[in-house]
Design a protein around this ligand. Sequence first.
Ligand code: ASP
Length: 363
Amino acid sequence: MKWRSGWICVLLAGLAAVSYGQGTPTRTPEPAGAGVHRWSVVLHGGAGVIERSSMTPEMEKQYRAGLNEAVTAAGAVLDRGGSAVDAVQAAIELLEDNPLFNAGRGAVFAADGTNQMDAAIMDGATMKAGAVADVQRTRHPIALARAVMDRSQNVMMIGAGADAFAAHQGLEQQPPSFFFTERRWQALEKELKAEGLPVPARPAGVPAAPAGPLSFVETPGNHRYGTVGVAAVDRHGNLAAGTSTGGVTAKQWNRVGDSPVIGAGTYASNTSCAVSATGTGEYFIRLTVARTICALVEYRGMPLQAAVDEVVQRQLVAIHGDGGVIALLPDGKAAWSFNTPGMFRAKWQQGGAVQVGVYRDEP
Ligand code: ASP
């Protein structure tokens, strides 16, 4: 009888293996057995004055669809055994291509009428990281950050040199008009007029200006919608985090925010947690927000939710910093915290259902 029960075990294991990789967005296998970790992903699409009164139902639907698409794509990578780094990159590339979000195509404009994009990625297993700032031609700044991490000796590259490295690595290059959206241009015009600054000429190769203003354009000072960030843990228990942004509308003098600053807007370590932040970057840099959260977890033994709340609701608020974070533990537990009226966000853990949120009063 011994051989028979042995064969039954082999058969059952085989059936379990077959069901791997076939997970759908709402139903996935549950094999959290020895040496196998439960995968998990959490992401944000920017924080700010995001309220029901400031959002049309159609716009809200599109945002939710974009968040759902990105979290589902990351989950699919993780479900078929892909790495956390690959999952983070896959989700961020989708969000960079989605003109609703302030990253890649749809990035906000600097005061001189250019899109100056920043991105970072960190691998919690190796503690390697890659970051880029003021990129203007690379379609996927997150792919470039990944190339800096994997294919260079450096952690950070900026400006024309970073774009040249991207081209050298065969990453897709695009003219500035590729990143243009009318909504972000009109937000720039509004912001510059409010600040009494000159409005630059429309970039070459973009459609002619429409007759009137669009219905959904951020008001001046309200320029913090749409930075994107993802944290993931894979079946091997490895963490990764990434962030991509156009920064803040009408920024000047090659200003760079927290997103590409390792430890401020982006951080991941298998010994603590993974974090991506969004908000007014200067405050997040001063508090080294992402690393501080993970240090509270690692050295103080704080539960993740307590750690994100401590930094976002107390430390940031104390210095008038606005924004939010998403964070993830190696065991797959996710947390978010924001001190703004809303934050675009989503999470999905193996065996559970996708959860998407926009407003403060949602779970
Ligand atoms: N943190 C980004 C920056 O300061 C902006 C944002 O998250 O909306 O560049």
